[in-house]
Design a protein around this ligand. Sequence first.
Ligand SMILES: NC(=O)C1=CN([C@@H]2O[C@H](COP(=O)(O)OP(=O)(O)OC[C@H]3O[C@@H](n4cnc5c(N)ncnc54)[C@H](OP(=O)(O)O)[C@@H]3O)[C@@H](O)[C@H]2O)C=CC1
Ligand SMILES: CC(C)CCC[C@@H](C)[C@H]1CC[C@H]2C3=C(CC[C@]12C)[C@@]1(C)CCC(=O)C[C@@H]1CC3
Length: 345
Amino acid sequence: MATRIRPSSKRCAVIGGSGFLGRHLVEKLVDRGYSVSVFDIRQSYELPGVSFHQGDLCDKQALLSALEDVSLVFHCASPAPASDDRLLFERVNIKGTQTVIQACIDAGVQKLVLTSSASVVFEGTDVKNGKEDLPYAKRPIDYYTQTKIEQEKLVLKACDQQKGFLTVAIRPHGIFGPRDPQLVPTLVDAARQGKMKFIIGDGTNLVDFTYVENVVHGHILAAECLRADSPICGKPYHITNDEPVRFWDFMSEILVGLGYAAPRFHLPYGLVYGIALLLWLLTWILRPFMSFKPTFTPMRVALAGTYHYYSCERAKEHLGYKPVVSLKEGIKRTVESYPQLRRGA
Ligand SMILES: NC(=O)C1=CN([C@@H]2O[C@H](COP(=O)(O)OP(=O)(O)OC[C@H]3O[C@@H](n4cnc5c(N)ncnc54)[C@H](OP(=O)(O)O)[C@@H]3O)[C@@H](O)[C@H]2O)C=CC1
Ligand SMILES: CC(C)CCC[C@@H](C)[C@H]1CC[C@H]2C3=C(CC[C@]12C)[C@@]1(C)CCC(=O)C[C@@H]1CC3
């Protein structure tokens, strides 16, 4: 009888490896001696030691060719959270994740590490030092979060120690760093349009912003700790910088670092949220006639005006996690990485 060759434990696949977090993860894995297959709907770079497989993760056959001889899979693909395409989120984050799980099982993959989000417990009201045992949001803030909840449940439920298919979910929050296409570019765009003069609320709300290398570190630790007898099987883990910061101080540091003025004038949270909701409704009604994307969506206002920071004690205890880059250093590296976004550039 032919014996099945056990895939090398240093051979892994990163689904979503062309994206912001995915690429940082791929680079670190290569540094650590892994050979990596990237599966993504697009290819955005080339790197020695990395093979690229372009395809849609909803296509099992396409996935299977990228998972050949792979023992460990990271799934960090998702449509952009700013999209309001509910069907796309459902197709990719829910149905696509079912396909990823099935493809992993069919290909004999032993470990699946999902990039979830700490927002799966966030309903638009304060979360202070939230732990992993908080219930999933009953009223998630948007379709993106709604489908991240379903996605996480699917992956954690698929964990089967008897069958040797092990899963774990990493819940990062507010990832930032070089090449991030969302946070800094959106902020600078708003500043260039003169929209960053106001602080929503009293400006004291603490939130987590997590430097991308810390998120990568959490993923790799989870993958390396995932064994049939480990307590981490089938569990979610918050990964943060462990340095909650005032939302508006963080935004101001980035803005000032890039040469823009920090916001100064306060506006009441309820008023801004109400206006954002009205605008959102209006753009939704007028969608067939015009396309207009407001900067201050209800989701962004909720994130800008409430507390949302999370405990990473469980990750420290079970994974040996400790942030490797401080918030101050992360901000410095991020600001330096965007010369094209500096004021006047
Ligand atoms: N950024 C953040 O602050 C946070 C992110 N997360 C999670 O981290 C993960 C990575 O996020 P981030 O790096 O910021 O996102 P990116 O959009 O930069 O990366 C996601 C990648 O997945 C690709 N992708 C999208 N749909 C498919 C598909 N159907 N098949 C194959 N590939 C696909 C994207 O391609 P394309 O760009 O063409 O769509 C992109 O290359 C996501 O799961 C996100 O939910 C969690 C918490 C916070
Ligand atoms: C215009 C300003 C008020 C806000 C500009 C910055 C925002 C674009 C970002 C501030 C918090 C960020 C955040 C996310 C995306 C970018 C921000 C809204 C996520 C929604 C990304 C995906 C997640 O899983 C959760 C994140 C929470 C924080």
